[in-house]
Structure formats: structure tokens, C-alpha cells
Design a protein around this ligand. Structure first.
Ligand SMILES: Nc1nc2c(ncn2[C@@H]2O[C@H](COP(=O)(O)OP(=O)(O)O)[C@@H](O)[C@H]2O)c(=O)[nH]1
Ligand SMILES: [Mg+2]
Length: 329
């Protein structure tokens, strides 16, 4: 075992941060080192972790919820890691600052680890690395991993693909999500959490829970999910009402998943997914570096933009190049 890995197992925060930097590096040398590290780590680590996805539109209260929920979990002796997949985070650079203040207790607590999304990578890259970061955190003793994501398309699916339970956080008056649910868009949710159930919004929140509950019933039973799930419930992240119930709900869901064999099954499928993502990136990298494909592609893109060439013309130009190469091989 390398010294770095030893330190990770000893819950050394600096070692964990260093390993994450290594995993996120795009240098070929680092990629190899990172893969070896994860390979060794998986041989030793037997941390029984829970991986929770928390999705929601900006302003739904994700950070506030994580602060309350994470603090509760830590109080009970857990170690909590919060990782973000947010493809928009490089545009809204300010949000990390906001998060630090909204997660004041958590961001200072020795048993919490908060890692914002790496902003310089494309989404595929972010997700492939987040999986590895999850393993690093688990080896470092974090037994509850929260993957936070903004509730939009690809990143939501990515979070779903690397966690054991998918929680959708919404505000009481967000009719959009209800429409989405009816259309099956938000059907990946195992738990719908109506946040801000306090003050003036409390009544609206309980109405929303009732609406979501009946919408979920209409959707019918989901495959590979226990009886009575997905479920809708409510919380106030500010006054803390409902936090314990949500924690129990999540643990109950995980226990049932384990009993039914779905937990193991899902994690195994996620391993295959991890491999596929990684290899697809490798293949793309390998191919695009050969024969200056990237240069040719960029040149064609420019020509299309300048109306010098039509899209089908550009496609056929590129196909011809590929054909010539494969004929000469
Ligand atoms: N009344 C009320 N406001 C909340 C609650 N949770 C979050 N908020 C507020 O909603 C706003 C957005 O919260 P934030 O956690 O930053 O949302 P995020 O963008 O999803 O991370 C902030 O002004 C919070 O104070 C809650 O349970 N009740
Ligand atoms: Mg936030």
C-alpha cells in the first residue's frame, strides 16, 4: 500500500484532498497513478456506505437542507461527504461562497467533507471522476455520501447513476415539477421532499405532498423499488421539522433495497456504467488525438459557421478522411 493510501485510510484530510486532485488531473501520468490508487483502495475498503443523490433547482434549498440534514447525521456519529455535480458551477462561481455560508456548521465540522464540482471538466468527465471521489471519501471513513446536483437533465441522470437513493427537493409552489412528474420526467425520484414547509408556506407544502402522493400513485409501481416508494414528504430545512423523518425514510428505503436484493444489483450495474463512461472517454481521447481529428473538426466547424460549407458537405468530407485512413491500414 502506498503512503498516500495509508493516510487516506487513516482519515487524513490533506491526503484525501491530494488524492482527489490526482483523480481530477487530466495528465496521463496522473491518470495512471489515480487508477492504481483506486485499484488498491478497492481491495481494502469495506466501508458500508450510503450514497444519496439530492437534486433540485437553484433556490429549492439544497444547501440549507444539507446543512440541517448533514448536521443531524453527524450528531448521530456519521461522517458525511458532500460532492457536487453542477455543470453550471463555472458560470455561477458565486454559488460556492453562498453554499459555504449556508452550510456553516457542516463546512467547519471535522466529520464533514464538502467538495464543490470541478468546473473545468465537461459533464462526462465530472461524472467519471465523481465516482472515484466517492470511493476516496468512503475509504477515508465517510459513511454517508451526498451527491448534490442541479435538477437538469444530464447531471440528474449522472447523480442517479452513482447513488443508492434519489431525492428530489422541491419548493411548495413549484407546479413545474408536478407537471414533470405527471409526464414522467421526474420519475427517477425515490423520495420527493417538499422543502420550506414553514410559516406561510406550511399549508401549501402539505397540499403539495398530497398532490405528489396521488401523482406518484397514478404513475404506478416502479421496477426495482420497494412497495410504497417513491414517496412524497415535507420538511423545513430552516426550523428542522421533518429532518429526522427524512433520515428514517432514507434508511428504511436502503434497508428494504438490501433485503430485496436491489441494492447490490444497482451497485453492480453502476460499476458497469462507471467502466463504460471511463472507456468511452478513453476511446474518444485516443481517436481524437490521432490524425489531428480535432484540428480538422475545428476547421470544419469554422467553415460551417462562415457559410463556406454545408453540414452534409462537412460530414462527407470527414467521412472521406476516415475511409482513406481505414483503407490504408
Ligand atoms: N422558509 C424557508 N426558506 C428556506 C428553507 N430552505 C431554504 N430556504 C431559503 O431558500 C433560499 C435558497 O436556499 P439554498 O439552500 O441556497 O438553495 P439551493 O440553491 O438549492 O442550494 C435561501 O434564501 C434559503 O434561506 C426552508 O426550509 N424554509
Ligand atoms: Mg446551493
Amino acid at each position: 500500500m502506498t503512503e498516500l493510501l495509508q493516510k487516506i485510510f487513516e482519515s487524513d484530510r490533506k491526503a484525501l484532498a491530494k488524492a482527489i486532485t490526482l483523480v481530477e488531473s487530466t495528465l496521463p501520468k496522473h491518470k495512471k497513478e489515480a487508477n492504481n490508487l483506486i485499484q488498491d483502495l478497492l481491495k481494502k475498503n469495506n466501508n458500508a456506505s450510503i450514497r444519496i443523490a439530492l437534486s433540485g433547482t437553484p433556490g429549492a434549498g439544497k444547501s440549507t437542507f444539507i446543512e440541517a440534514f448533514g448536521s443531524k447525521l453527524i450528531e448521530e456519529g456519521n461522517k458525511v461527504a458532500v460532492l457536487a455535480i453542477d455543470p453550471t458551477s463555472n458560470k455561477t462561481g458565486g454559488s460556492i461562497l453562498g453554499d459555504k455560508t449556508r452550510m456553516e456548521n457542516l463546512s467547519r465540522h471535522p466529520n464533514a467533507f464538502i467538495r464543490p464540482s470541478p468546473s473545468s471538466l465537461n459533464l462526462g468527465g465530472v461524472t467519471a471522476k465523481t465516482r472515484e471521489v466517492i470511493h476516496l471519501c468512503e475509504a477515508s471513513g465517510y459513511n454517508i455520501i451526498i451527491v448534490e446536483t442541479v435538477g437538469v437533465g444530464q447531471s440528474e441522470i449522472a447523480a442517479f447513476d452513482m447513488t443508492d437513493i434519489f431525492c428530489l427537493l422541491i419548493t411548495p409552489d413549484s407546479g413545474d415539477e408536478l407537471q414533470g412528474l405527471k409526464k414522467g420526467i421526474t420519475e427517477s425520484a425515490d423520495l420527493i421532499i417538499v422543502n420550506k414547509a414553514d410559516g406561510k408556506l406550511k399549508k401549501t407544502a402539505s397540499l403539495a405532498v398530497a398532490e405528489y402522493t396521488s401523482a406518484l400513485r397514478l404513475l404506478g409501481k416502479k421496477n426495482n423499488v420497494p412497495e410504497n416508494y417513491p414517496k412524497a414528504t415535507m420538511v423545513s430545512s430552516i426550523d428542522g421539522n421533518g429532518i429526522i423523518e427524512i433520515k428514517d425514510e432514507i434508511l428504511n428505503f436502503i434497508n428494504l433495497q438490501k433485503k430485496l436484493g436491489f441494492f447490490e444489483k444497482k451497485r453492480n450495474q453502476q460499476k458497469v456504467q462507471w467502466f463504460k463512461e471511463k472507456i468511452d472517454l478513453e476511446i474518444y481521447d485516443f481517436i481524437s488525438k490521432r490524425n489531428n481529428f480535432i484540428d480538422i473538426k475545428n476547421e470544419l466547424e469554422n467553415k460551417i459557421e462562415n457559410k463556406e460549407i454545408s453540414v452534409p458537405e462537412a460530414i462527407s468530407y470527414f467521412s472521406n478522411i476516415l475511409e482513406k485512413i481505414s483503407n490504408s491500414e
